[in-house]
Design a protein around this ligand. Structure first.
Ligand SMILES: O=P(O)(O)OC[C@H]1O[C@H](O)[C@H](O)[C@@H](O)[C@@H]1O
Length: 213
């Protein structure tokens, strides 16, 4: 995955990340938390397929007219409507810009190992493909190719991320010092013993906003 990402990085200024829900939020949350909102890196990530806004889509198309770009299309089922539409739009734009053959070398699919329309399309077109493991749900997929591929193209140090994840796992085995566990216990007690029925998790730190999305 690293070599595919670094080859793509050499060619492009923008990576179009196609995906919605669990197939996009992890990468975006991690990218913004790690790089900040205005990253000083040669490759910019632009997220599409999480809206059907034609205004947004045409703004991104216009922005790309002067940029070298590639696409990663991320969908576990391979059949979700919004990313399906967005992928068609941006694939066509890329093919018009660089030709079909070069477009194939700039498109990557992240999807199920065997089933779904995206898997079939990727096999037919010859796109490089990375697998979303069966037993990992969308919202937990940031440390799979769903999050890691876009982050690699963005130039994020993913080895440091994995080291951090390993350290967090080790540190949290002791429940008394596990912040997530303490939070879960507190909210459970507030709900069941004190009658609080709704909860709002808010971040006023702009680059952490996607974490709570
Ligand atoms: O990865 P996909 O199959 O395209 O699904 C992407 C997302 O689609 C919807 O928004 C679902 O509510 C999410 O749970 C899912 O993560």
């Amino acid at each position: 995955m690293k070599s595919v990402a670094s080859k793509l990085r050499e060619k492009i200024e923008v990576l179009i990340v196609v995906g919605i829900g669990g197939s996009y939020l992890g990468a975006r949350a991690a990218e913004e938390m790690i790089r900040g909102l205005y990253a000083n890196d040669k490759v910019e990530l632009i997220y599409v397929g999480n809206t059907i806004s034609s205004t947004y889509t045409s703004q991104v198309k216009e922005y790309l007219s002067k940029k070298e770009f590639g696409i990663v299309n991320i969908s576990k089922s391979g059949t979700t409507t919004e990313p399906g539409i967005a992928f068609r739009v941006f694939k066509e734009l890329l093919e018009q810009k660089v030709g079909k053959e070069e477009a194939v070398s700039r498109i990557v699919a992240v999807t199920d190992k065997a089933k779904g329309a995206l898997k079939t399309l990727a096999d037919n077109e010859g796109y490089e493909t990375f697998v979303i493991p069966d037993d990992i749900g969308g919202r937990y997929s940031v440390l799979t190719p769903v999050g890691i591929f876009p982050l690699l193209v963005a130039g994020v140090d993913v080895d440091a991320m994995f080291n951090g994840a390993k350290k967090a796992r080790k540190d949290t085995t002791d429940l008394e010092n596990n912040e997530a566990y303490k939070y879960a216990v507190a909210r459970y007690l507030l709900n069941t013993k004190h009658g609080y029925k709704s909860e709002t998790l808010v971040s006023y730190e702009l680059q952490m906003q996607m974490f709570t999305e």
